[in-house]
Design a binder for this molecule. Structure first.
Ligand code: CA
Length: 235
């Protein structure tokens, strides 16, 4: 993981660099805003730590120019002032998170990990549960190494369930995210779709991955070898 740190205060810059290197990141430093823009556009970085108060161009100008150049590298801003304004401005301009100075290194490292995680989830085009794999660009699902034929709605429902893997999603969450409108939640349309989906993605004799949680909704979960099969699992 390569991180660009744009910070003019030498002490702060080397404190961040040292800490991140201990966590095995590769770190490069830029000492002013213009240098930061040039480096960010010329090289690939996995994330940028960007100070607001910088010579030549301040952090907001750097952020604005990078986003205008369609650079989507996740950015953690370091705001010096206690006021909310800087933070709001930064987030409006496309920063991914901010951290107010002074900060503890552990906090910076945690924020960085979190924006890196988020961006890798967004960038990845393949999502999966067990050996069920979804290509979210081609909108194709595979299981047991075979393509599964799905209608547009079935695909959308499956993608929503997998993106929320491990979480219980209610019928009304499904209606809002997959159907994009509210219909009567008493209607059994979702149950009908779930049933059809199950028939396509599960096989008798294999652990259930799409569970019904009685009275609440559904949950997609990684299959474990000792999981009971089919409806025995339903809570
Ligand atoms: Ca500074």
């Amino acid at each position: 993981m390569r991180i660009l740190v744009i910070e003019d205060e030498r002490k702060v810059a080397s404190f961040i660099k040292r800490g991140l290197e201990e966590e095995r990141y590769i770190v490069e430093l830029a000492a002013d805003g213009q240098m930061g823009i040039d480096m960010a556009l010329a090289n690939h970085f996995d994330a940028i730590v960007l100070d607001v108060m910088l010579p030549k161009k301040d952090g907001f100008a750097v952020l604005g120019e990078l986003r205008a150049a369609r650079n989507t590298t996740p950015i953690l801003m370091l705001t010096a002032r206690a006021g909310m304004e800087d933070r709001v401005t930064g987030l409006d301009l496309g920063a991914d998170d901010y951290l107010a100075k002074p900060f503890h290194f552990e906090e910076l490292a945690a924020r960085l990990r979190s924006i890196l995680r988020r961006s890798s989830v967004e960038k990845s085009t393949k999502i999966s549960v067990g050996d069920l794999i979804l290509d979210t660009v081609a909108h194709v699902a595979y299981r047991w190494e075979k393509e599964i034929e799905l209608t547009t709605k079935e695909y959308a429902l499956l993608e929503y369930l997998i993106r929320n893997k491990g979480r219980i999603v209610s019928r009304s969450m499904i209606t809002q995210h997959v159907w994009k409108h509210n219909f009567d939640t008493e209607s059994n349309i979702i149950d009908v779709y779930i049933k059809r989906l199950r028939a396509k993605i599960e096989k008798p004799g294999t652990p259930r991955i799409l569970n019904s949680i009685r009275g609440v909704g559904y949950r997609m979960k990684e299959p474990e070898p000792n999981d009971p099969q089919e409806d025995e699992m339903d809570e």
